[in-house]
Design a protein around this ligand. Structure first.
Ligand code: A3P
Length: 281
């Protein structure tokens, strides 16, 4: 269809997973040494998950697992409890929808954001490729309307990013590291070093270099692409991994309209997004 098959709960849209799981999220019990990766969908969660796991473990030869199995909104308490500390968890929900235990345990939070044009393109491909979940067969131009209107899983990009900006700006009680997909792409070594400092694991340059290499798009795709792949073995998650792919999808008119809507919705925001890794930003 032209719309995504989603689950509605408390006036918000979620992936079409069992409602019992998603309704659980507020009451889940966390641990102080958890690391929670928060991001709007398609902003680099898989990438950050792998980097954090390697940094915490202090080695790179880890078991191949999927971040999808560690999404807070899809986990039951007993499954969460079975995971060994320190756990790397992740979520796409709004800050205010995270477990209330967050305010008690105060785990470290890494928030990653990505420019919305690349997010829209990546999100379209995600929904189109995982058609068994979303029952979706629309074209990019149609999806762009769903994205702008927030009728996608995890709702409106603009609202969620603005909410996180407020949380980060006014934060005095949480330990939050705020990163962007574009910075991670442009200078992975220094960003991974930042994450290492934030996690207080103090990894040496050799390990940071090794993590940078093994978490590159092509190596991650090789190692983990099979977890969710189509019948030809092509990964549905590791698609392109670049900054600026939006230029291959947006017409000039679509881009100008998108910029106009961005300026309206994000008025008052101080956030800067990079739409390219070249100088023309
Ligand atoms: P593209 O569709 O633009 O390729 P998330 O993990 O939040 O679902 O985000 C998925 C996006 O991150 C996809 O973007 C995916 O290819 C990209 N990605 C995954 N691993 C990456 C890596 N190691 N380096 C760069 N991008 C990566």
């Amino acid at each position: 269809g032209k719309h995504l098959r989603l689950l509605e709960f408390n006036g918000k849209l979620y992936p079409n997973f069992p409602a019992e799981v998603i309704t659980n999220i507020k009451s889940l019990e966390l641990r102080e040494d958890d690391v929670i990766i928060s991001a709007y969908p398609k902003s680099g969660t898989h990438w950050m998950f792998e980097i954090c796991r390697m940094l915490l473990a202090g080695r790179t030869d880890l078991e191949v697992i999927s971040k999808v199995d560690f999404m807070i909104e899809l986990m039951e308490q007993d499954v969460l409890d079975q995971a060994k500390s320190p756990r790397v968890l992740n979520s796409h929900v709004a800050f205010s929808d995270l477990p209330t235990d967050l305010a008690v345990k105060k785990p470290k939070i890494i928030y990653i954001r990505r420019n919305p044009k690349d997010v829209a393109v990546s999100f379209y491909n995600h929904c189109y490729r995982i058609s068994e979940l979303y029952d979706y067969k629309g074209e990019y131009k149609d999806f762009l309307e769903l994205f702008i209107n927030g009728t996608v899983e995890y709702n409106c990009w603009y609202k969620q990013v603005l909410d996180w900006e407020k949380v980060i700006d006014n934060n005095t009680e949480y330990s939050i590291l705020h990163l962007t997909y574009e910075d991670l792409k442009a200078d992975p070594i220094s960003e991974i070093r930042k994450i290492s400092d934030f996690l207080q694991v103090n990894r040496n340059e050799e390990l940071i270099q090794e993590i940078c290499d093994l978490c590159s798009f092509s190596k991650m795709e090789k190692r983990k692409g099979h977890i969710l792949a189509d019948e030809n073995g092509k990964s549905k998650i590791y698609r392109k991994g670049e900054v600026g792919d939006w230029k291959n999808w947006f017409t000039v008119a679509q881009s100008e309209r998108f910029d106009r809507i961005y300026r309206e919705r994000m008025a008052g925001s101080k956030l800067k997004f990079r739409y390219s890794l070249e100088n023309e930003d």
